[in-house]
Design a protein around this ligand. Structure first.
Ligand SMILES: Cc1cc2nc3c(=O)[nH]c(=O)nc-3n(C[C@H](O)[C@H](O)[C@H](O)COP(=O)(O)OP(=O)(O)OC[C@H]3O[C@@H](n4cnc5c(N)ncnc54)[C@H](O)[C@@H]3O)c2cc1C
Length: 386
């Protein structure tokens, strides 16, 4: 943290304040009651952090990938559901900001920077599943804009955000796969019908929900970029921002697994021998392996984010590898913490049990770990991504 740029050090201090005062006290309840963390999003807004990805000229912080991953790691250490909700808002913001028109700057980016607007991504569909870049939701031109029909699934911040960045199949039947469009759909658009809330194994506060769009009318002003150019967004904006936000979140879980294990090893003492677990050779070795794993993952993530922010031509495989690596580290370390922290950790809904459940989401959130490995290989071998 001491090597971070001054602006980011200030953002870290502000995020820590929000975490301590607002998020930590309610983190257990978020998981237990599947509670969408309104308090977290409100506190982030009040601290001026919702505009992390909004360019400075529109009142935001104009930050890139490194800031996103550093802040989501901090939040993820304490409340992974809040990190997911904040992360998806930041990714949605970055997608809007990438080619924002004057209208979109005034209607979305400035309110986001003022902490008055939450956005989020609605890409996934049950038909194409983890292949989120192949939407089947259709859009057709109307007098005033577009009419959308289709069903989205698993939308984080579902029902709570002020707008949704929705992907749709290109209107041209002969369009190439991945040649789709994205639009901003306001929360009060007619024709939107929210489906039953989904209760996850982990990430239980993220309010993932399905959304049916039945003749939803969206004004022409809300089209992002040009019709059908979203494959550009997928690799230039969605993938980098989403992958770094999620890599930070899962790194946060991995770090908290190390921290809770450290605490347990130092405090657990057997009565028959008076020996602390911290004095047991085998456990010292296991703990060292956990620490090495988290530090390696953090180095990869910061390297990837820095290369991405600099626009380095070889950034892509680093960025693609990050979320897969962070997810694997988080699952592995939460699992190890579950063993080392013994019976206390194996208790139903213990903090470690929650970490393990939250960490598992990483492998199924698209791009999934399997797909990311394939994409990383393709990027390294110079093969087309799709
Ligand atoms: C907590 C959570 C939050 C989410 N939030 C959002 C959100 O905000 N917005 C959004 O749009 N979506 C969101 N999603 C959806 C997510 O990104 C995925 O689209 C969804 O989890 C895919 O689930 P599925 O069962 O349809 O996957 P499937 O496509 O059925 O895949 C199942 C498994 O098969 C593997 N697989 C599939 N195809 C291949 C292949 N060709 N090669 C190798 N392996 C393959 C996958 O890697 C996966 O492990 C969220 C999901 C979760 C769990």
């Amino acid at each position: 943290m001491d090597k971070l740029p001054p602006k980011l050090i200030d953002l870290v201090a502000r995020t820590r304040r929000v975490i301590e005062q607002d998020m930590a006290p309610l983190a257990g309840q978020v998981d237990r009651d599947c509670m969408w963390p309104e308090h977290s999003m409100r506190a982030l807004a009040d601290e001026g952090l919702l505009g992390l990805q909004v360019p400075e000229e529109f009142g935001g912080h104009g930050q890139g990938l490194l800031s996103l991953t550093v802040l989501t790691e901090l939040v993820g250490q304490v409340c992974p559901s809040s990190a997911l909700c904040f992360g998806m808002h930041c990714v949605g913001t970055a997608v809007i900001a990438a080619k924002a028109t004057k209208f979109q700057q005034d209607e979305y980016l400035r309110p986001i920077a003022r902490g008055e607007h939450i956005t989020t991504l609605a890409l996934a569909e049950s038909g194409t599943g983890s292949h989120f870049y192949l939407p089947e939701t259709s859009f057709a031109a109307s007098d005033s804009g577009y009419v959308l029909n289709g069903t989205k699934q698993f939308i984080t911040n579902g029902g709570h955000a002020d707008s949704y960045v929705v992907s749709t199949a290109a209107s041209d039947d002969h369009a190439a796969p991945g040649d789709f469009s994205c639009l901003i759909v306001d929360h009060d658009t007619s024709g939107m019908q929210w489906l039953e809330p989904w209760q996850g194994f982990g990430m239980r506060g993220n309010s993932s929900r399905g959304l049916r769009l039945a003749d939803a009318h969206v004004p022409q002003t809300n089209l992002l970029g040009e019709e059908g150019d979203q494959v550009w967004y997928v690799f230039e904006v969605v993938a980098p921002y989403f992958l770094m936000a999620m890599a930070g979140t899962y790194l946060g879980i991995a770090q908290s697994a190390v921290d809770i294990t450290s605490e347990h090893l130092r405090t657990r003492q057997h009565s028959h021998s008076g020996e602390s677990l911290a004095d047991v050779d085998a456990l010292q070795t296991k703990f060292a392996d956990m620490w090495i794993a988290v530090e390696k993952t953090r180095s990869l993530i910061h390297e990837a984010a820095s290369r991405g922010d600099l626009g380095s031509p070889d950034a892509l495989p680093f960025i693609l590898a990050c979320k897969a690596d962070a997810g694997e580290t988080a699952v592995q370390l939460a699992n190890e913490a579950m063993t080392i922290c013994g019976g206390q950790a194996y208790r139903e809904n213990s903090r470690v049990a929650q970490m393990l459940r939250d960490a598992r989401a990483s492998h199924v959130m698209a791009p999934t770990t399997d797909l990311l490995r394939t994409w990383t290989g393709r990027a390294l071998l110079g093969r087309p991504m799709l």
